[in-house]
Design a protein around this ligand. Structure first.
Ligand code: PGA
Length: 241
C-alpha cells in the first residue's frame, strides 16, 4: 500500500522526507540509508536538525544499501566516503553502529552473507530508497529475482551512464560491479521511504506505481509492501495517470 505525496520540487521533496524520517530519529532505531543525488537534501536537513535541535544519533544504527566493488573507502566516490562526507561526519553517530558493505573484501560472497545476517538481526525500521531511471532499487537491476538477498551484481549499462557524472564523466572510471542488499532484503524493512525527483525518473515511477509487478521493474515489488511512502516532485510524477 502506497502513501503517495506529490510536491513541487526537490527542496519540497527533501522537506517532506525529513518530516517522515524525523519520527525514526530516536534511540534504538535502525535506519536503512541510500546514496546518490536524491537523499542529499534529506541528509542536509538531518545535519541541520542535529545541530539545531541536538537530535542524537548515539543510539541509532544504520545499514546502507550498497557499495561499489573495487573502490576503497578512501576513494571519494565510494559510498563509504559519500556517507561520511554528506552525513555521518556531522552527526554524533557511533562508528560501530554504521554498516556499509565492503566492496574490497577478499571473499565477497562471505561479505554478502555476513551483511545479510547483520541486517536480518537488526530489523530495519525505515529503508530510504531512490530509484534508478531503469527502475532499480539499491543496485538491483531489471531481472534481479524478487527473493534475492545481499549479493554481488553487475551494473546495468544505463546505471553506468547515469553514474558517470560522479567519475569525471569518464565511463571507463565507473565501477561495473557492486555489493547490494537484495530485493528480498529491502522488502524486510518495516517501512520504506522512496524519493524520486526529476523528469529522468518519470517512466520508472510510472512503472513502479502503475505497471505490473514484474522483475523488469525492480521497484514495482513495492506494490506488495505494507508500509511504503513515496515522495515525488511534479516532474517525476508527470507520466502518472
Ligand atoms: P540518484 O540515484 O539519487 O543519484 O538519482 C538513484 C538510484 O540510482 O537509486
Amino acid at each position: 500500500m502506497f502513501n503517495l505525496m506529490i510536491v513541487k520540487n526537490y527542496d519540497e521533496a527533501s522537506d517532506m522526507a525529513f518530516k517522515v524520517m524525523k519520527d525514526y530519529l530516536k534511540p534504538g532505531k535502525v535506519l536503512g540509508l541510500a546514496t546518490g543525488s536524491t537523499p542529499l537534501g534529506l541528509y542536509s536537513r538531518m545535519v541541520k536538525d542535529h545541530e539545531e535541535n541536538k537530535t542524537s544519533y548515539a543510539e541509532i544504527k544504520t545499514f546502507n544499501l550498497d557499495e561499489y566493488v573495487g573502490l576503497p573507502v578512501t576513494h571519494p566516490e565510494s559510498y563509504y566516503a559519500f556517507m561520511y562526507r554528506n552525513l555521518f561526519s556531522a552527526l554524533d553517530i557511533n562508528e560501530e553502529n554504521v554498516h556499509i558493505p565492503s566492496g574490497m573484501a577478499e571473499d565477497l560472497e562471505k561479505e554478502c552473507q555476513e551483511y545479510e545476517n547483520l541486517i536480518s538481526k537488526a530489523h530495519v525500521d525505515i529503508q530510504l530508497l531512490g530509484i534508478g531511471s531503469d527502475g532499480h532499487i539499491g543496485f538491483n537491476e531489471p531481472g534481479t529475482p524478487f527473493d534475492s538477498i545481499t549479493h554481488v551484481t553487475d551494473l546495468a549499462e544505463s546505471t553506468i551512464k547515469d553514474n558517470c557524472r560522479f567519475f569525471e564523466n569518464d565511463i571507463t572510471k565507473v565501477p561495473t560491479q557492486a555489493v547490494t542488499q537484495g530485493i528480498g532484503t529491502i522488502m524486510k524493512a518495516k517501512n520504506i521511504l522512496l524519493i524520486a525527483t526529476g523528469e529522468n525518473k518519470a517512466q520508472a515511477v510510472k512503472d513502479m506505481l502503475q505497471g505490473e509487478v514484474s522483475e523488469e521493474c525492480p521497484a514495482s515489488i513495492l506494490q506488495k509492501h505494507d508500509n511504503v511512502t513515496i515522495i515525488l516532485d511534479e516532474a517525476a510524477a508527470s507520466l502518472l495517470k
